[in-house]
Design a binder for this molecule. Structure first.
Ligand code: FAD
Length: 404
């Protein structure tokens, strides 16, 4: 029995190891990853860590956890190749680890910026604790920061650095912030609030080039020709899944490692979970690749069950949160194709909810500082309950009553 080898010590990999033991798996579990820190929570990096000199990484599990649960944690190791025939994983140092089952939890990496000046010192992106340390250190030495990309990570960073006293400009190519993720009313609300913090937001604008002196960035030049002096540029233009190991082994890839409802790749002894996995989602019947802690940990739990011989399919409710300054955004469901949006509450109070419908079907709920509505949304999406829009518009108590 060669047991299970897991590649990646992020949210998915660590949960998979824990779930294998919780589900009663007795064989060897090896968890390898190329980072050197004890596995940690990623969300706080953009929300607090980068502005707080004293902040420490928050471990996913205490260090005793791995030993107690007989999880052979090997940090600072990079997996280089899968030998499918031999059922072994070859590491960069040449070690070959035999497996019965291999779980790829390799996550994703920031999409690289490819334009003049993108290799200058001070052009950074945020994925790992190492990146966060670099951003924290650099931002301590600069006054002006340009954030490229008005998605969740970019805006969290913009708010955090602005609250930390930096002068921040956000450049976003689309005509609204969070354009692919939330209703326009939330995009507009977030823009106003960020501007209230002193963040400058440039919509429908791209970056033309970066200028530097002595190898370090000194200014961003926008598509409208404006020159924004900045000694630090944070690039948040999305991520790409880490599929190279799987691809070289001949596994099926389509915007991620393709998996079935049990998290099995096209080679059934190899499973893929988390940011790197693409699949047909039970809720929307669309092919997706989701980037969230919920997706990573629920898929990890399911992968452990699959390995133990359970045939349950993935049917977790998709949800996500983001903290941007004083706004807690919470999203549940998948709102692509939303044809009607019902707002309840008042954006002026920084507390409201948006219910999304596709025809008569409730397909998602987005909330700003309304956690109760988020939890009700999770319940409704889980039950497949389509709240009538007029009740959605009436507010939390009416929704609660409809569900009672
Ligand atoms: P990861 O956590 O990326 O872990 C993958 C690991 O595999 C990494 O350590 C990587 O270095 C390692 N690896 C890759 N290839 C190899 C290899 N060949 N050999 C060895 N190791 C390898 N989600 C939310 O739901 N809410 C939030 O508020 C939120 N905030 C976030 C803030 C930040 C700054 C970031 C970066 C992400 C945030 N996310 C948030 C997204 C969430 O963190 C990810 O969806 C989640 O980390 C995915 O888990 P994962 O295990 O699939 O990938």
């Amino acid at each position: 029995n060669n047991g299970v080898v897991i590649v990646g010590t992020g949210h998915a990999g660590v949960q998979a190891a824990a779930s294998l033991r919780e589900e009663g798996f007795e064989g060897p579990v090896i968890l390898i990853g190329d980072e050197t820190d004890l596995p940690y929570h990623k969300p706080p990096l953009s929300k607090t860590f980068i502005k707080d000199e004293a902040a420490k990484p928050q471990p996913l599990r205490g260090d005793a956890f791995y030993e107690t649960n007989r999880i052979d944690l090997r940090l600072g190791r990079r997996a280089e190749r899968i030998d499918l025939k031999a059922r072994s994983l070859v590491l960069a140092d040449g070690t070959a680890l035999a497996f019965d089952r291999l779980i790829l939890a390799t996550g994703s990496r920031p999409r690289a910026l490819r334009l003049e000046g993108s290799n200058l010192e001070g052009v950074l992106s945020l994925r790992s604790i190492a990146d966060a340390r670099r951003i924290r250190e650099t931002s301590g030495q600069v006054e002006e920061v340009v954030v490229l990309g008005g998605g969740f990570i970019g805006l969290e960073i913009a708010a955090t650095l602005s609250l930390g006293g930096r002068k921040v400009t956000v450049i976003e190519a689309q005509d609204r912030l969070l354009g692919r993720a939330v209703a326009p009313v939330i995009s507009e609300h977030v823009r106003r609030r960020l501007e209230g913090l002193g963040v400058r937001v440039l919509l429908s604008t791209t970056l033309d080039r970066l200028d530097g002196d002595n190898g370090a960035v000194s200014a961003a030049i926008t598509s409208t020709g404006e020159r924004l002096p900045a000694r630090m540029i944070v690039v948040g233009i999305g991520v790409v899944p880490n599929v190279e190991l799987a691809e070289a082994a001949g596994l099926s890839i389509a915007n991620g490692i393709r998996v079935d409802p049990h998290m099995r790749s096209s080679a059934p002894e190899i499973l893929a979970i988390g940011d790197n996995a693409s699949y047909r989602h039970w809720f929307s019947a669309a092919d997706v690749r989701l980037e969230s802690v919920q997706n990573a940990t629920d898929q990890a739990r399911l992968a452990a069950r699959t390995i133990l011989g359970h045939e349950s399919a993935y049917e977790a409710v998709p949800w996500f949160w983001s903290d941007i300054g004083d706004m807690k955004l919470q999203m549940v469901g998948l709102t692509g194709g939303s044809s009607r949006q019902v707002v309840s509450g008042d954006p002026a109070e920084n507390k409201f909810a948006v219910h999304h419908y596709l025809g008569d079907r409730l397909i998602g709920v987005e909330t700003v500082n309304r956690p109760a509505d988020h939890m009700l949304g999770r319940k409704m999406i889980g039950l497949g309950f389509s709240l009538p829009p007029d009740i959605a518009a009436s507010g939390t108590e009416a929704v609660k009553a409809a569900l009672a």
